[in-house]
Design a protein around this ligand. Structure first.
Ligand SMILES: Nc1ncnc2c1ncn2[C@@H]1O[C@H](COP(=O)(O)OP(=O)(O)OP(=O)(O)O)[C@@H](O)[C@H]1O
Ligand SMILES: [Mg+2]
Length: 247
């Protein structure tokens, strides 16, 4: 499967979600994956490079690609269970190419006027892509939301605006929390820094909802390589998933 994290607004949390999704699918769901960084700023490549130098963390595959990457993405998709694409914050040839082959497009937006103003262009991009890629499933996710009760209205209004364009808006969202920045600084994911924390749980909810999975085990089963692998697990002869979910 190919999952694109995209959008038109800088700073909405695309790289942050791409990085955490990579750790979630690789470390918690045990999928073989490749991260494709299409952003010339190389935010995600640099983060992966720094975490791959830390022997305590699971290594993640990453390549940088720009321009007409459609065929390259299709080829990678034959070799990995999941491709995660961080496309940066601008319309680009790579973004359009990725939209033409992606199964899922996760579109982060902050509940702010300037982020919502990008909806028109994003709608244009998605509608055009769906002409070539009718199976593309797109969903907005609200990020960096204020947690004060008197700010809930902002979140609800932002959700309404996205829905008024006919888009799915995930129920899961991220709140404004320091751990997002702290984990990036430490070269790890929120899920690794505080696996049982609120931020980790809000991320798991977003990812499972996007991928239509009720829980991590369902993702493992959907994308498990072979029936044999599952058979081994059922009889306890392979790796223990209990230990993964307990972390
Ligand atoms: N829920 C959150 N709470 C607090 N900070 C957050 C949250 N999500 C992301 N951030 C922070 O916001 C900043 C921007 O996030 P990120 O780099 O992921 O945005 P981006 O959409 O990839 O930006 P660009 O368009 O420049 O590529 C980062 O410092 C990140 O740690
Ligand atoms: Mg980015």
């Amino acid at each position: 499967m190919i999952v694109l994290i995209g959008g038109e607004k800088g700073g909405s949390g695309k790289s942050c979600l791409a990085q955490n999704l990579a750790v979630y699918l690789q470390v918690e769901c045990r999928l073989g994956l490749m991260v494709v960084d299409c952003d010339p700023q190389r935010t995600t490549s640099k983060w992966i490079q720094s975490r791959n130098e830390n022997s305590a963390l699971t290594k993640i595959n990453c390549v940088q690609m720009y321009g007409k990457i459609r065929d390259d993405l299709l080829s990678l998709n034959n070799h990995y269970e999941c491709i995660i694409i961080d496309c940066g914050g601008q319309d680009s040839v790579a973004l359009r190419a990725a939209l033409s082959v992606a199964n899922f497009a996760l579109l982060p937006l902050r509940p702010k006027r300037r982020d919502l103003q990008t909806l028109e262009h994003v709608d244009d991009l998605i509608s055009n892509s769906q002409m070539f890629n009718p199976n593309l499933e797109s969903a907005f996710v609200l990020t960096q939301c204020p947690s004060l009760p008197n700010q809930v209205k902002r979140i609800l209004e932002a959700r309404d605006v996205c829905q008024s364009w006919g888009y799915r808006v995930l129920k899961g969202l991220t709140y404004q929390r320091n751990i997002y920045d702290d984990s990036e600084e430490a070269g790890c994911s929120v899920l690794e820094l505080e696996p049982k924390g609120k931020a980790a749980n809000e991320l798991r909810q977003i990812f499972n909802e996007l991928l239509h999975q009720e829980n991590q085990r369902a993702i493992e089963i959907s994308y498990a390589h072979s029936a044999k692998q599952l058979e081994h697990e059922q009889y306890g002869t392979s790796r223990s998933y209990a230990s993964v979910s307990e972390r």
